[in-house]
Design a protein around this ligand. Structure first.
Ligand SMILES: [Zn+2]
Length: 313
């Protein structure tokens, strides 16, 4: 989603607005600045890496930044060469806030003789904007190269780790039963049990890992398919209970397991029941998929360190 306040601010100061990474970055009066849109946490985070030539300047800069005294600043600090200022999100005022903070920081840095630098090694040459796991960072090509190598090495290590899909599947099945139980309980109140669908997926993921399953692509697909099967199972059990009750009230002496055993032949007796079942299962699957795909994808990405590492512009 485009943040029009940040986009407009970037345009005003000839910075780049990046909607995918929810940030504006570029030079502000000669200094490299990144403004991260964290409006979900009701804030923006301004970052500037600057290099103090002596320990004295590092100490002094830290003190100066900490003493920034604006009512709209949550916190400000200078650590590991990076000035970080968290600004409260006030949509109509936010551009003024940015300007006030940046002007104070830039004028301090100018006077102190501080210059923009790589946030990792402090060099002032060859700084560029990079996206590391969707965070925009200003760093040098060398450090980016090192980070890429380390990530590639870590990914190789993960690929070489052993794990059993079968054991993981057993764990996913056992743990997901908790979600199935919840689905059945919610279903008895006549509610759509979509939230239980998400819980089925989360439980299946936990069980998969607890039993030593390896969360690679095959593992992720396995957990996903198992979760869908468990959703269908949950809905079948839920409807069987309702059906048993209905038949019992009409004077039939029949047990739950008899209904469950003959569930599909019973369904076929009534087009209405069949349509209802297909509808509920369909809605259940759609909700479960919608609620769980991002959870599953994030788990897969994190476990396999599928982080975005690219040079911007
Ligand atoms: Zn560097």
């Amino acid at each position: 989603m485009v943040n029009s306040y940040l986009k407009q601010f970037a345009a005003l100061y000839a910075m780049v607005y990046d909607s995918k990474r929810m940030a504006a970055y570029g030079k502000y009066q000669g200094y490299d600045v990144v403004i991260q849109d964290a409006t979900q946490q009701a804030q923006y985070v301004i970052q500037m890496a600057v290099n103090g030539t002596t320990p004295y300047f590092v100490e002094q800069t830290a003190q100066f930044v900490q003493s920034l005294n604006f009512p709209f600043v949550n916190y400000a600090k200078y650590e590991n060469l990076t000035i970080t200022v968290s600004v409260k999100n006030k949509p109509r005022k936010i551009q003024e806030y940015f300007v006030e903070v940046l002007n104070v920081l830039v004028s301090y840095c100018r006077n102190a003789g501080l210059a923009s630098c790589c946030k990792y090694c402090g060099t002032q040459a060859g700084i560029g904007a990079y996206s590391i796991n969707r965070n925009v960072d200003m760093l040098c090509g060398n450090c980016f190269g090192k980070i890429s190598q380390n990530l590639a090495q870590a990914q190789r290590t993960i690929r070489e780790e052993k794990g059993s899909l079968l054991a993981g599947l057993v764990g996913a099945f056992l743990f997901s039963l908790a979600g199935v139980a919840l689905w059945v309980i919610i279903g008895q109140f006549g509610w759509i049990a979509a939230i239980a669908g998400l819980i089925i997926v989360v439980c299946a993921l936990k069980g998969f890992e607890k039993f030593g399953g390896k969360m690679n692509l095959a593992g992720a697909i396995l957990v996903f398919v198992l979760s869908i099967v468990m959703v269908v199972l949950a809905e079948t059990i839920s409807e069987s209970i309702l059906m048993t009750q209905a038949l019992y009230e009409e004077g039939f002496s029949i047990t739950f397991f008899q209904v469950l055993g003959g569930f599909f032949s019973l369904l076929n007796l009534s087009e209405d029941l069949l349509a209802e079942y297909i509808k509920n299962v369909g809605i259940g699957i759609v909700f479960t998929v919608a609620a769980s795909v991002s959870t599953l994808m994030n788990t897969y990405r994190n476990k396999n360190l599928k982080h975005e590492l690219v040079k911007l512009n």
